[in-house]
Design a protein around this ligand. Sequence first.
Ligand code: FAD
Length: 307
Amino acid sequence: MLGPVLLAAARSDSIRRLVSAAPVTRPMVDRFVAGEQLDQCLRSIRSLSGRGMEVTIDHLGEDITDRSEALRNRDAYLALTEALAAAGLADRAEMSVKLSAFGQALAGGHDLAYENVLPVVEAAAEAGTTVTLDMEDHTTVDSTLAVLAELRKRFPGTGAVLQSYLFRTEDDCHALAGEGSRVRLVKGAYKEPAEVAYQDKREVDKAYVRCLKILMAGKGYPMVGSHDPRMVAIAQDLAGRYGRKQEEYEFQMLYGIREAEQERLVAEGNRMRVYVPYGTDWYGYFMRRLAERPANMAFFLRSLVSR
Ligand code: FAD
């Protein structure tokens, strides 16, 4: 029951102020976020890279309310791209973007998001890296996939994210399983209505396996975005069944979550990419991580009352 409440709180400004001001929040945030500044993020990337991992970086910022914020987010990604190239990290690090940070929810948002994300995708290609479009709530899926299709005309390596909790996703997997198509499959992190999404975790898991099958059997490049040991094992099994070598798909996990498993997969020769968020606008991301695991929330609440 707590999960949906937290996901609703993730979009509340008053709860944002409360949580952000609580002194116990910072250490919890640090577990999931690689710092507020770019140099802290670069340190984390170097450390992960030294341990055999690749990364995808999220400059935190979502649900913006005016166009100037969209431009600031675009510029932050351009600075990030430059920093990655200058640090010689572009071959280990790609970037994840949320189109809501580029203006997707504002008036004329579809075109605005495309206009703002295009220079980032161009700069990434120039620097020798690429961009993956994160997926947000179900109302944004059509727009995000349309922006993806447009970007892929010139930059076919642009990655997509599909969420197994949505009923539509098996069809989207079929549509995106073609040659060279990079697709991160996740279970989904937003509060979605029963009209569009499975509500039962077992149904979401079953759908994840069905989607994984489609992607592994296809010609694209599956990116298995899950910490679930069952999904990891099934992905390896399916990869074997469809004759994929270890370099023909990858695992992805979030910064700070199941790190021992990340290390284990690397030691076994798998490609492992860690999703590294950084920046000051960590609230929505942090609340979704609390919502995914009751134990995280229990720990957070215990720290609040034990002070
Ligand atoms: P679960 O069944 O939820 O978890 C399996 C196990 O993983 C748990 O038992 C626990 O041990 C561990 N675990 C999972 N979550 C946590 C946590 N928060 N804290 C501590 N332990 C945890 N969602 C989107 O909607 N859009 C996106 O663009 C998106 N991008 C993602 C990118 C990556 C690389 C990853 C890994 C996830 C992304 N997600 C995204 C989130 C995803 O949808 C899930 O909410 C999240 O991954 C939890 O699902 P799970 O597959 O790990 O399985």
